[in-house]
Design a protein around this ligand. Structure first.
Ligand code: FE
Length: 347
């Protein structure tokens, strides 16, 4: 729309306002709204200059990358406001929502819920495909609940402290393979997962768990193997009254995750692998609100009740066994091109 037409429409709106009287109130409000809906100002020089100004493009100093990103994001949002005729009420509801999201520390939960975490993985996969790099063990999202500094063990670790009254023993083990297909000794396998209430140590609102409960770092043995004794985790959902679930409700979506176990695997000469396995059979295995499920990452939990297996595994009764091997990919031109440096809790 050109400036002349915009001026004409604004003049029309002024005329409506002048003609306004009490009897015509609602009709006129409606007419004014209809006029406003046709207003297109985004492409005008005035608005484009304004976006340049607020993004600091006309200022020295600051961070050029930040300026570039803010310019793009604000432009896209201004255009969204115009295209979708976002009302002031809707806009201010969104601002209040952002404040609530921050106060509740749920930005890291909304992020996978709206698929951003998975989208970043999809982009990394596409970059790998373009470079001809295969990932025999798929990457998937880290989630917001990793804590650095877990106790380190050689080959085997007991991960749970035995305090979860509903805990069902799980023996989880596998081999880490190098990019050349050989078992990889001394690889660092970081594992973390939730308890039977779906809560993680350091983030447990009940305060029941000790620090680093169900968080361990295992160095693979001479055969490249890792092994842990722990308990089967439960799936979990977003806090039901929180802002993430509030938005998901508006989308008609649930906020549940299937039972899963997180991994970071690192080794010299290889890229760090961030992934998770889902316990097969969970009702949400293929309906994860965080979109972390991928083919190759769903693992059966095999139940063992026979005395020989119980004794051989050094456990006290029936237990579940999950076997999961992970295959690393080599560095790209000597660097890990996908390593993610993000704020993480260090305990
Ligand atoms: Fe998780």
């Amino acid at each position: 729309m050109n400036q002349a037409r915009l001026g004409m429409m604004l003049a029309q709106r002024t005329t409506y306002l002048k003609r306004y009287d009490a009897n015509q109130h609602y009709g006129k409000i409606k007419e004014i709204a209809m006029t406003a809906n046709n207003i297109r100002i985004f492409e005008t020089e005035e608005v484009q200059n304004f976006i340049n100004l607020l993004s600091g493009l006309e200022q020295d100093g600051g961070n050029p990358r930040t300026k570039q990103i803010i310019h793009r994001v604000v432009s896209d949002l201004f255009k969204t406001i115009e295209d979708l005729e976002i009302s002031s009420d809707e806009y201010w509801a969104a601002i209040a929502y952002l404040n609530q999201l921050g106060t509740s520390h749920e930005a890291g939960l909304l992020s996978p819920g709206l698929g951003f975490d998975h989208f970043l993985d999809m982009r990394m996969d596409a970059i790998d495909a373009a470079l001809g790099i295969e990932n025999p063990t798929p990457r998937t999202i880290e989630g917001p609940l990793y804590v650095a500094g877990a106790p380190v063990a050689q080959g085997f670790a007991r991960m749970d402290d035995g305090s979860d009254p509903n805990g069902h023993t799980l023996i989880l083990h596998g081999t880490i393979y190098a990019a050349d297909g050989q078992p990889l000794p001394n690889a660092q396998v970081e594992i973390w997962h939730a308890n039977t209430k779906g809560f993680y140590s350091h983030f447990d609102p009940t305060g029941e768990q000790q620090p680093f409960n169900m968080r361990r770092t295992i160095m693979t043995d001479a055969q490249g193997q890792y092994r842990v004794q722990t308990i089967l985790p439960a799936g979990y959902g977003c806090p039901p009254e929180g802002p993430t679930q509030q938005l998901l409700n508006q989308l008609g979506r649930h906020g549940n995750r299937p039972a899963h176990i997180h991994f970071f695997v690192s080794a010299d000469g290889h890229r760090k692998l961030t992934t998770q396995i889902n316990v097969a059979g969970d009702p949400y295995t293929y309906d994860d609100f965080a979109y972390a499920t991928r083919e190759g990452l769903v693992v059966d939990a095999i139940e063992h009740t026979d005395a020989a297996a119980i004794q051989a595994n050094g456990v006290e009764g029936p237990f579940a066994e999950m076997v999961f091997d992970l295959r690393l990919s080599r560095l790209v031109d000597g660097v890990d091109n996908h390593v993610v440096d993000r704020p993480r809790l260090q305990a």
